[in-house]
Design a protein around this ligand. Structure first.
Ligand SMILES: Cc1cc2nc3c(=O)[nH]c(=O)nc-3n(C[C@H](O)[C@H](O)[C@H](O)COP(=O)(O)OP(=O)(O)OC[C@H]3O[C@@H](n4cnc5c(N)ncnc54)[C@H](O)[C@@H]3O)c2cc1C
Length: 476
């Protein structure tokens, strides 16, 4: 295999673009294939959400160096925003990802509107190797098939780094992890919204005066419910239903309130509790959906034979990785979390609720398929606690390995403060699965949400947890 073939990076989100910056600095030939029309296309869909990690942890060190260093005609007029402030998703896209994608060191190697459909292997002579073919596999190139504005195109690569995230594959709303009969139709008709609609912004008109069922118990659900609560203040006809898969446990749902060591988190839970107690939100336990039927509205059938009619479902049910496009590759994944095998146990939400993970790089992320890596949000599979800072360290190590720098590849460390706090709350995480008890299984024995009390030192983003609040409704 020759180095004339590029390293293909799938996705131009924060982790994909950071990968490009590292490969550029190491003078590796690379190509980024991005499905959207711009950098950070997924993050742009939740542009109204304020992140819980400050700028300092959201900008990759090499990307920052690239943006700040004049080179040739590049003036480097980019300035790092105040490191301690919390951007919205939109501000991160506009203030960091777009300038990075436009940098002359990266821009010529990024193709927008190139959606990767499949990855497989092929010999130098073009003979395809399906998954069962072992001979010469490690020396073979990758074949990356993409849907492009000019039709389907095949690319060859010497390595592939999949940084395509999980935003486009949210968990289904049906029970048991399966789509309910009728779910696809409801989705196609727009009756199942984005996981994070913007009730006080872009989706205001659509949601005003409607009946909306929000499923989930993580930050996303809380954020949407509180925004809908504000919408209801403006229009009484707006009906808000909050569906939990199991029984409601106030401590898991609302956290410690005023006693919470994280004031903003306490505030989030307190606001939610108030909305429920004042009957602005109707809490529904055991919302296990068995069937959806669409006409003008959406008829929801539950496992216990209850039925309800709503206008929209908000699926704040967490995400899962799209593994379909990787089905011709030899992956080694944790059977539960669907993260790389060695990483899975470190982040399994059954045992780890708060993003606690030791620094990990090329070695932990490797698969039997040599020179193929899943990084970023997708590397966490179904686990909900991924942080960009973790992804930046993942790709630093992988870029070093692919450039032949074994020493740098092996040195993995996370530069995070020691006294950080759990990035999750309300029994879950920023995007936990639908169960209210999801975040950690020890929750039954711990009094103050998934992280117990006091808050453990974990991965360490000092949140101040504004996360979950939209721009238009700052935490008070
Ligand atoms: C609401 C929310 C808030 C979060 N807050 C924080 C926070 O405060 N701090 C933090 O550290 N992390 C946070 N995260 C977690 C995580 O860091 C972000 O989701 C981050 O965007 C992940 O970056 P990524 O590059 O791995 O994936 P993404 O940002 O999802 O980017 C993936 C890119 O790949 C593209 N793509 C997808 N499929 C294909 C394909 N088949 N072919 C080509 N391109 C494709 C997408 O269009 C997208 O541009 C949050 C997540 C969510 C959902």
């Amino acid at each position: 295999m020759t180095k004339q073939h590029p390293i293909i990076v799938i996705g131009a989100g924060p982790v994909g673009l950071a990968t490009a910056a590292h490969l550029s600095e190491r003078e590796q030939h690379f190509l980024v294939l991005e499905a959207g029309a711009q950098a950070g296309a997924s993050m742009d869909e939740w542009a109204h959400i304020k992140l819980f990690s400050p700028w300092k942890y959201n900008v990759d060190a090499v990307a920052r160096r690239l943006l700040e260093t004049p080179s040739g005609a590049y003036a480097a007029d980019w300035a790092m925003p105040r490191e301690t402030s919390l951007p919205t998703g939109g501000e991160l896209v506009e203030g960091y990802l777009k300038p990075l994608a436009a940098h002359p060191g990266l821009a010529p190697s990024i193709r927008f509107q190139h959606r990767v459909l499949a990855v497989s292997r092929v010999t130098d002579e073009g003979t395809g190797l399906d998954k069962t073919r072992t001979g010469g596999r490690d020396q073979a190139l990758f074949l990356v098939r993409a849907q492009t504005p000019d039709g389907i195109q095949d690319f060859t690569a010497r390595a592939v780094i999949d940084a395509s995230g999980t935003w486009n594959t949210s968990n289904p709303v049906g029970r048991a992890g399966l789509e309910a009969p009728g779910e696809e139709e409801a989705r196609t008709q727009g009756k199942i919204t984005s996981p994070l609609p913007d009730p006080l912004g872009a989706d205001r008109e659509k949601l005003t005066g409607k009946t909306i069922l929000v499923l989930g118990a993580g930050h996303s659900a809380a954020n949407t419910l509180i925004s809908l609560g504000r919408l209801k203040q403006e229009n009484e006809d707006t009906q808000i239903l909050w569906g939990l898969r199991g029984a409601a446990n106030p401590i898991k749902l609302y956290g410690g309130g005023a006693a919470d060591q994280l004031p903003a988190r306490g505030q989030l839970g307190t606001s939610l509790r108030r909305l429920v107690e004042n009957e602005h939100i109707t809490l529904l336990e055991n919302t296990s959906i068995t069937r959806l039927t669409s006409d003008n509205q959406l008829h929801v059938q539950l496992a216990d034979d209850r039925e309800m009619t709503v206008d929209f479902i908000v699926p704040a049910t967490g995400f899962r990785p799209d593994l379909g496009m990787l089905s011709e590759l030899r992956l080694e994944l944790d059977p539960a979390v669907e993260a790389p095998r060695q990483l899975g146990p470190l982040i399994d939400p059954e045992f780890h609720s708060c993003g606690t993970v030791s620094a990990h790089g090329e070695k932990v992320l490797a698969h039997p398929e040599s020179n193929f890596y899943i990084v970023g949000m997708k590397s966490y599979g179904r686990a909900p606690t991924f942080l960009m800072a973790t992804g930046y360290e993942q790709i630093r190590s992988i870029a070093a390995h692919l450039a032949g720098d074994a020493h740098a590849a092996a040195m993995v460390e996370l530069d995070l403060p020691e006294t950080g706090v759990c990035s999750t709350d309300l029994g879950g995480s920023c995007d936990s699965p639908v169960e209210e008890s999801d975040g950690c299984r020890t929750v039954d024995t711990e009094p103050a949400g998934c992280c117990g009390e006091p808050q453990p030192i974990t991965l360490g983003i000092p949140t101040g947890t504004q996360h979950g609040f939209t721009e238009t409704q700052p935490a008070k």
